[in-house]
Design a protein around this ligand. Sequence first.
Ligand SMILES: Nc1nc2c(c(=O)[nH]1)N[C@H]1C(S)=C(S)[C@@H](COP(=O)(O)OP(=O)(O)OC[C@H]3O[C@@H](n4cnc5c(=O)[nH]c(N)nc54)[C@H](O)[C@@H]3O)O[C@H]1N2
Ligand SMILES: Nc1nc2c(c(=O)[nH]1)N[C@H]1C(S)=C(S)[C@@H](COP(=O)(O)OP(=O)(O)OC[C@H]3O[C@@H](n4cnc5c(=O)[nH]c(N)nc54)[C@H](O)[C@@H]3O)O[C@H]1N2
Ligand SMILES: [Mo]
Length: 712
Amino acid sequence: MDNMEALLKAKIPCPETGIEVKRTICDICCPCTHCGIDAYVKDGVVIKVEGTKEHPRNKGKICTKGHASRQYIYRSDRLRTPLRRVGERGEGKFEPITWDEAYAEIARRLNAVKETLGPDSVAFFSGYTKWYRQFLHRFAYSFGSINYGSECSTCYKSAVMAWEATAGLYAAGPDMGNSNVLLGWALNPYYSKHLALPRLQAFKDKGGKIIIIDPRKTPATAKLADMHLQLKAGTDGALALGMAKLIIDNGWADLDYIEKYTHGFEQYKAYVSQFDLDRVSKITGLDPDDILEATRIYATSGPACIQESSAPLAHQINGFQNYRAMICLNALTGNFDRAGGCLPETITYYDQSAGYLTYEHEYYRSREPKSEHPRIGQERFPLWSKLVDEFQAMDLLRQITEEKPYPIKAVFACGMNAKMFPNTRRFYEALKSLDFFVDVDLFMTDTAKYADIVLPACTSFERGEFKAYPGGYAQFTNPVIKPLYESKNDVQILSELAAVMDLDDDLLRQGYEAGIAFMLRDLDVTIDQMKGSDLPIKVPGAHGDVAGELLEHGFPTPSGKFEFWSEAVAEFSQSHGLDPLPTYRDPFDDHIGDPAEYPLKLITGARIPNAIHSRLHEVPWLRSLRPEPTADLSLEDAERLGIAKDDWMEIVTPTGHLRVKAHPTSKIQPGEVHLFHGYREANANDLVSEVHLDPYSGFPGYRANRCAVSKG
Ligand SMILES: Nc1nc2c(c(=O)[nH]1)N[C@H]1C(S)=C(S)[C@@H](COP(=O)(O)OP(=O)(O)OC[C@H]3O[C@@H](n4cnc5c(=O)[nH]c(N)nc54)[C@H](O)[C@@H]3O)O[C@H]1N2
Ligand SMILES: Nc1nc2c(c(=O)[nH]1)N[C@H]1C(S)=C(S)[C@@H](COP(=O)(O)OP(=O)(O)OC[C@H]3O[C@@H](n4cnc5c(=O)[nH]c(N)nc54)[C@H](O)[C@@H]3O)O[C@H]1N2
Ligand SMILES: [Mo]
């Protein structure tokens, strides 16, 4: 091998090889991570990726998903050109068209719906990706529609609602640096958020006690937990209420704090008195001594904080209330807005606790149209609509189908994935019945096959993007390669379409940088400064969350206090039977499935390290780590059902059925089956009912369904 060949083979960046290292971020998963990436680029192609060592967030680390970035960017089904459907909906037959043709047709068809039925009959929707969201939201408003919605209808926002309804806040987080005890509620960052681990490890290393509440044994319960409460899934609210009763009965409550800073304590105290240890033990399946011991440690060795993961708590028909019950423990023990407890967070675009404020909400709210219509889902989920300025997408299927209270005839979506929606088959039927459907995506997805026009978007490597990070950081990336084929970034698409449609909105038409400049207008940092650095820079004046401000100045709630009794929820007590106290309800209370016929509990969605939702199952390196869709079940159930490892098994629910490979494991409790979602050939949401929803948030009960399992 000559020297040059060796240099090329080793991918050494130098003038001789023509390989350059350019920096960007990986946006495959949550905005809270978005790790810094060193992309090795030769001749306009990414040939290798590494984590950026100097990046303040990931400090050189990337996960399995990020390591597979090249196969994600160059997935063989990347969309190449705009497409027009020529076959039946769902068939996948398209013809390439030009951008101009696509824009003209979209403009004509959306305007036709607007003229005949009114602008609200066009719904705008975003899937998981967040970076362009405020632009799509503003586009919907400038078009005249009140109906903008997103994947937030199933993710995180139920937690936001719980904080809003209790403390008037968007979010709060644990002050681990000053804490002695941490309740890790549904916490397994090893699979879902690896960047949270160093902080948790540091907490443990300095002697902090960690109690993890999870129905499964996980790496977190093995490596982090001093104590593991392996409760039955979906019973978290009962546990939290039972802990509250123990705290009150044993004199561990902070009565001075309660007196000064909280609202509704007497009603709450009366309600939790029903949750005696025996009853809670029966509901949760936990040993009463363990519940008492965990409560004693939490309530008497403080300051104590809670780090939860919102998804498993929220993905229940009792999710919002379970969340509230958990949040209330903070105030009961005097640990809210105090050092070492949970502190309010300052949220920066997009959903980052970065320590400085941006005007992302003003960017779109300033354009909100007046309409006589309720948003999609507003009549069914009024608390959602009060607290979240999006439609509740879990009502979209119903409204498209029933046309009540008014028809939805067109959908303009960026990254819509029908496999996110419970009862996906029915959702496809609803998409089929639309007059017009546009989907912008990176790939030819099963959902895009139902669209009339499909537009090709590009990845984070092919565009620039503003990013806020904890610690007061701001970054504006530069593209490291050109957009592949004829793809464009979403905001470019939206601003060009706004011009073609002649929307009366100059700022939107000016595009991404103008919008971001609007949002960052009060910061002492410019887009050019950020673009001049290939690392995040510190925003002058940014500061961490400080304890005590709410206690001093009052809470932004109707009572001005932390509300055990939520006045926001009380508004809907009469009309919708919502309870202002964090009441407990069985996760199967809506009787979907007869327990005799469907004896096992199906929990869909537990994260796996090598996949995110529907997107990475088609990426070969990642697929090779788990080649077949697989469900975990207990050794006891497997034996009883005659199912061995790698046998195929069928999972049946009242909504549907599918086949996956069996993975019997001691990590699962008898009676439970855990299944990852998003597979083309085994879509978990074919098993989940579209009416199995939390009446407070509208979130689906993904994590508690009745099922039967058999070999075959
Ligand atoms: N059964 C079950 N279902 C669940 C869950 C569960 O736990 N169990 N979890 C729920 C949760 S928490 C979430 S967050 C949702 C996520 O559900 P989805 O939002 O459906 O997530 P993805 O499968 O990632 O789909 C996003 C789509 O966006 C496309 N995309 C990616 N980047 C871009 C981009 O830059 N521009 C455009 N236009 N498109 C892009 C992807 O190719 C993909 O088709 O799923 C929910 N569904
Ligand atoms: N690798 C990977 N990472 C991801 C994602 C992904 O798809 N893949 N998705 C991202 C998204 S959108 C989200 S919302 C987050 C979600 O992130 P997480 O919520 O952390 O992910 P999960 O693995 O679903 O749940 C965490 C733990 O909660 C437990 N759990 C399940 N049901 C219950 C319950 O009823 N009560 C309690 N106390 N615990 C329960 C599970 O056993 C699991 O160990 O992950 C993000 N990160
Ligand atoms: Mo999510």
